[in-house]
Design a protein around this ligand. Sequence first.
Ligand SMILES: [Zn+2]
Ligand SMILES: [Zn+2]
Length: 144
Amino acid sequence: MSTPISAGPHEHEFRYYACVNLFRGMEAVGVVDVWRCAICHVKGTELRVQGLNNLSAEAGFPVLDSEDTRWVVFVCYAEEDPKFDLFNVHAGEEIQHECVEKSAPIVVSKVYSMENNGDKYHRVYNLDDYLNENLELTLGPQTV
Ligand SMILES: [Zn+2]
Ligand SMILES: [Zn+2]
């Protein structure tokens, strides 16, 4: 991972950066909090699912992004209530996921969407596209 020249070795200083609200119809189903280091701009994230207690950001961020990875929201629509999770991935990476509707490997595309246009049950969303916005979890058309 390369960092800006001004950012030597340091303790990351995370500041709250943005949030992404996850909606299902009119219902808020979760929030992704994005924290960014004030010095080197790496981002850590925390997914808070409605109705569940989550670990606080004070515990630190076990995974951080880098120049060649992005944070994505992965959603499985196989059941009536979509399941979603947050991953830090690089283009071309396969998302590990088991379900009855999985017909092919779920591979992250160059623009951090999904390679397989024909997958009717899964979507990958680039979190950067939704900072401080609402992300509607629906099986709409996807950008590849
Ligand atoms: Zn830093
Ligand atoms: Zn699935």
